[in-house]
Design a protein around this ligand. Structure first.
Ligand code: NDP
Ligand code: BG6
Length: 522
């Protein structure tokens, strides 16, 4: 639950509030990057922090042939490298005793029969309580066959009413509305909705959860959190890397699908939603869905007016020369996939009507930053001389920094010291690190613990994922029409470009320019 006490650094003498009971987790795609870099280290951390029991059991499943020992070695490399608690040999040895491996195909009844008998054996030898968690950490093409095989192997229904079976589905959840609906239909033909946990790792970030606490645990913000006081909202999720080794995946996805449909839509919904009646999965997700449904759907011909997309061209980034996106490994030479997108999003409800939410995300930008900036309306009448940037002085900005330098600050105008009344912007700031003396744990720790505890608040519900895809698919349709029109004129379609290491194409500035607004420099 979101209103649970802080669990990190709980003093020794207090009971730990969110310790889970026993369970067994099967990771499909266990030989892959996600398992090694995120899942196994997160599980090790949770056991060391005593949030998962010591006898928590893990079974890796993928096609690569490993013995239990070889898989433990692979897990050890990930844990040593990526865990945020100190690696201790004795603790590792205990943890490793709970790791097992079954090799098999994802659509093969014989492999699932072997998996089932291993699970049943471990249920007895490790007292798992028959609680089972299946995690789809494979490419999405395999989600449906795995769910089908789980159903056919009779691994979906809990063994009795005291235990549970849950399924975690990684992103991407579909590549447009139709495919997301089809995947939902398929999974819901086998599992119940409350057994399915669709992961969006942004929701596991401490600072993202803090948006709700900040809004609804402090009485002073809610009264001004609306069109009467807010001028506009900017949400930036920028990355200072190119596509690196993921060109093959990214070229079929692009910034809109990879970042906006999921992570950024989640941020929009948390910033914009109405207060839920309680902090439970249903109430919070009901309000998030309401907000997403209020996002104005675009007609194909409006897409060019509300969105800007572009691709990076060669440039210097962090002291290195980045090639053009089209020359990256795994990317088609004539690719029209966007690596940058900016969206002026309108929300048609009483709270936000007329307050644009500007989203921008991209690869090969100057900094890695995720932040939400709420720009308030200017003071109606300025009595004082300002220092240099008078235009911006009277606008208060509330900045929610998701990463790095997690925290929240409010920009206000103050009098410069001296005989004249000259204004200068200053910040009132809360910083996560200095206030809590810790850096936030990796999102996967929180999300895995929540799945084991059966708390779906931080996971995406069926209707949520589909309404987000609906708004995004309309944009994809509009873009497709733009490309088809160019082709029908015999002109090869090309995206605008921006130099790697800059903040995107000039056209992104024009999205805001007309309204006396400009993008924040993070
Ligand atoms: P990988 O490409 O490393 O795939 C995981 C495993 O799946 C592989 O080790 C392989 O195991 C199996 N696999 C790979 N390709 C295929 C295929 N075409 N058909 C069947 N099986 C295949 O992916 P990641 O571990 O990086 O990601 C797994 C999932 O998690 C993906 O859906 C990804 O989008 C998502 N994700 C990953 C993140 C990350 O940081 N890595 C972050 C967020 C989401 P084997 O050959 O042994 O069967
Ligand atoms: C993933 C995207 O979902 O999020 C990646 O597929 C992106 O392309 C990553 O790099 C960003 O996550 P974070 O937590 O580093 O902001």
């Amino acid at each position: 639950m979101l209103n649970s006490p802080v669990v990190e650094a709980a003093p020794e003498d207090r009971p730990i509030p969110r310790m889970s009971g026993p369970a067994l987790m099967v990771i499909f795609g266990a030989s892959g990057d996600l398992a090694q870099r995120k899942l196994l280290p997160a599980l090790y951390n949770l056991v060391q922090k005593k949030l998962l029991p010591e006898d928590f059991t893990i079974v890796g499943y993928s096609r690569t042939e490993y013995s239990d020992e070889a898989f433990r070695e692979m897990a050890r490399v990930g844990v040593e490298k990526y865990s945020d608690v100190e690696f201790q040999e004795a603790e590792w040895q205990k943890f490793a005793q709970g790791i097992f491996y079954v090799a098999g195909n994802y659509d093969d009844a014989e492999g699932f029969a072997r998996l089932k008998s291993r699970i049943e054996e471990l249920d007895q030898s490790r007292r798992t309580g028959h609680n089972r968690l299946f995690y789809l950490a494979t490419p999405p093409s395999v989600y449906e066959p795995v769910a089908t095989q789980l159903g056919q192997a009779d691994l979906v229904h809990p063994v009795d009413e005291k235990c549970w079976t849950r399924l975690v589905v990684e992103k991407p959840f579909g590549h447009d509305l139709a495919s997301a609906q089809a995947l939902n239909e398929h999974l819901l033909g086998i599992f119940d909705e409350d057994q399915i946990y669709r992961i969006d790792h942004y929701l596991g970030k401490e600072t993202v959860q803090n948006i709700l606490v900040f809004r609804f645990a402090n009485g002073i913000f809610e009264p001004i959190w609306n069109r009467n006081y807010v001028d506009h909202v900017q949400i930036t999720v920028s990355e200072s890397i190119g596509v690196e080794q993921r060109g093959g995946y990214y070229d079929k996805s692009g910034a809109l699908r990879d970042m906006v449909q999921n992570h950024m839509m989640q941020l929009v919904s948390l910033v914009g939603m109405e207060p839920p009646v309680a902090f439970d999965a249903k109430a919070v997700r009901d309000q998030k869905v309401n907000l997403l449904r209020s996002i104005r759907p675009l007609a194909p011909e409006e897409v060019g007016q509300y969105l800007v997309r572009a691709q990076y061209s060669p440039g210097d980034l962090n002291g290195e020369r980045l090639p053009a996106y089209r020359d990256e490994e795994g990317v088609a030479h004539e690719s029209t996939t966007e690596t940058f997108v900016a969206w002026k999003l309108e929300i048609d409800n009483w709270r936000w009507n007329g307050v644009p939410f500007y989203l921008r995300t991209g690869k090969a930008l100057p900094q890695k930053v995720s932040e939400i900036a709420i720009y308030f309306r200017r003071a109606p009448h300025l009595l004082f001389d300002s220092a240099d940037d008078g235009e911006h002085l009277s606008r208060n900005v509330l900045l929610i920094r998701i990463q790095p330098d997690e925290g929240i600050s409010l920009k206000i105008s103050a009098k410069q010291p001296g005989p004249a009344v000259k204004l200068q912007p200053v910040n009132m700031a809360f910083q996560y690190g200095s206030s809590f003396g810790a850096t936030p744990p990796d999102a996967y720790q929180r999300l895995l613990l929540d799945v084991v505890l059966g708390d779906g608040t931080l996971f995406t519900r069926r209707d949520e994922v589909e309404v987000a895809w609906d708004r995004v698919t309309r944009v994809l349709d509009g873009w497709k029409i733009q490309e088809d029109q160019a082709q029908s004129r015999g002109v090869p379609f090309r995206l605008p470009t921006y130099e790697a290491g800059t903040w995107g194409p000039a056209a992104a500035e024009h999205l805001l320019g007309l309204e006396d607004q400009s993008w924040r420099k993070p």
